[in-house]
Design a binder for this molecule. Structure first.
Ligand SMILES: CC(C)(COP(=O)(O)OP(=O)(O)OC[C@H]1O[C@@H](n2cnc3c(N)ncnc32)[C@H](O)[C@@H]1OP(=O)(O)O)[C@@H](O)C(=O)NCCC(=O)NCCS
Length: 154
């Protein structure tokens, strides 16, 4: 089997998306969806078709102390449609969903340099748990998981 490695070019983007799509389809729309998504769709003045201009990806988590929580994993509105209230509408939709499913809160992580989004969330009442409660974000990567899973008991 012969193959080569090369640096990706802009023309490779459709193939990169095709590869990502396989996981997205399996993980979100199988028997046990690992995520849910809400889509913002509109009809641009320049065309007859519908255009997806934003989305929020979320799932439900559980904390034994406070119960169900909605976890906002990703939230994005296309640049040219920002500032029009679509993001606020999605936040209202998710808040309503969280209330209907009896969640105690909505959790999310924001990069510390994403100041405009931090302000967007803060204006809506979000608390900075890293600052107020000293939480730090940790992760076991796949390598660590494989190591732990295969570790022999003493
Ligand atoms: C955060 C984000 C989803 C908000 O979506 P949005 O559709 O712009 O949201 P809205 O229009 O409802 O509100 C944007 C706020 O910024 C203000 N704003 C004004 N012009 C703006 C512009 N051109 N772009 C962004 N925000 C603008 C709005 O007045 C509004 O203020 P408010 O908080 O007082 O209501 C969007 O900015 C985005 O996709 N950012 C990049 C991706 C990102 O960082 N996501 C969050 C990851 S944690």
């Amino acid at each position: 089997m012969e193959y080569k490695l090369r640096k990706a070019e802009p023309k490779d983007v459709p193939d990169i998306l095709r590869l990502v799509k396989v996981d997205l389809l399996e993980d979100g729309f199988g028997d046990t969806p690992f995520y849910h998504c809400v889509i913002a769709e509109l009809q641009p003045q320049s065309s007859d078709g519908l255009e997806v201009v934003g989305f929020a990806m979320y799932y439900f988590t559980y904390d034994p102390w406070v119960g169900k929580q909605l976890y906002l994993e990703d939230f994005f509105i296309t640049q040219e449609y920002r500032g029009l209230g679509i993001g606020s509408h999605i936040m209202r939709h998710l808040s309503d969903l969280a209330m209907k499913t009896r969640c105690s809160g909505m959790m999310f992580v924001v990069a510390e340099n994403n100041e405009s989004s931090i302000q967007f969330y803060k204006r809506r009442g979000a608390e900075d748990l890293s600052q107020e409660e000293g939480w730090r974000l940790y992760r076991f990567d796949k390598e660590s998981l494989v190591k732990m899973a295969s570790a022999r008991e003493e």
